[in-house]
Design a protein around this ligand. Structure first.
Ligand SMILES: [Zn+2]
Ligand SMILES: [Zn+2]
Length: 255
């Protein structure tokens, strides 16, 4: 299983991209502005998109993606998400006012995309890979994902969240985790803001990392612009027993 990071920033600006990652050639997790770096051929290969939640930094390029490739698509791209996430897309994005309803276009019986709702905790198999959604603690209904390859290697992605037990229990339920992609939006200076927006800051993520019983590679994602070096410095102090690195756009993993 290949994993390519398209976007891992908590904002935009030159060189910055919001959350999206490509699993092998055919599955996206989230569709933030990182999607814009894919070629048309790469976009046309995408068959499934698993969304963590409805926030704009995770779905912003979904409308533009389907519009860019609708002529090339034989079968609808399947948009997977919580019922609340799908409902938000229907009501607030693909509502003809913000963007046309591509679940009915170019023609109703052969649309470019279709929705598949999953309750949190669902496991969805796609081409031998297993996508398990995990309920998280964010300001809107949100899931993280644990993804396992046919060969038994795995990564987990928190999506957006603050302190929780659900994610850590879900990943600890398996004997193996190779890679952990962990959101930390803010340094401790913004602890109050991180709590009210229900994101991790350094202090809260350090406390939750104590719940992890496995030893994956750990990479941080979703930091606000200019916060990454401060978060890393704080975590070096708070979690000295783990090696924690900053995720970078266009980084690839083989799992
Ligand atoms: Zn969010
Ligand atoms: Zn976000």
């Amino acid at each position: 299983m290949k994993l390519r990071i398209l976007g891992c920033d908590g904002g935009i600006g030159r060189g910055l991209r919001t959350t999206s990652m490509l699993v092998d050639d055919d599955v996206l997790i989230d569709a933030g502005s990182g999607v814009g770096d894919l070629t048309l051929d790469e976009m046309a290969n995408i068959r499934h998109i698993f969304l963590t939640h409805s926030h704009l930094d995770h779905v912003a390029f979904l409308p533009l993606l389907v519009d860019s490739i609708f002529e090339r698509i034989e079968q609808p791209i399947v948009i997977h998400g919580l019922p609340a996430t799908i409902q938000a897309l229907r009501e607030h994005v693909f509502n003809w006012a913000i963007w046309p309803d591509f679940a009915k276009l170019p023609v109703v019986n052969k649309p470019v995309m279709k929705y598949q709702e999953h309750p949190a905790g669902d496991i969805c198999e796609v081409g031998g890979r297993r996508f398990e959604s995990i309920p998280m603690n964010h300001i809107v209904p949100t899931v993280g994902y644990r993804v396992e390859s046919a060969a038994g290697m795995s990564f987990a992605f928190t999506g957006d969240t603050t302190t929780n037990d659900t994610f850590w229990e879900a990943v600890n339920a398996y004997p193996r985790l190779d890679l952990l992609l962990l959101e930390v939006a803010f340094s401790n200076e913004y602890e109050d803001l991180s709590n009210s927006a229900r994101h991790y800051c350094s202090k809260t993520v350090a406390a939750d990392l104590a719940k992890l019983k496995l030893d994956p590679q750990i990479y941080l994602t979703h930091h606000k612009p200019e916060e990454n070096s401060r978060i890393l410095e704080e975590l070096e102090q708070l979690v000295p027993d783990r090696v924690i690195k900053q995720l970078k756009n266009n980084k690839s993993f083989s799992l």
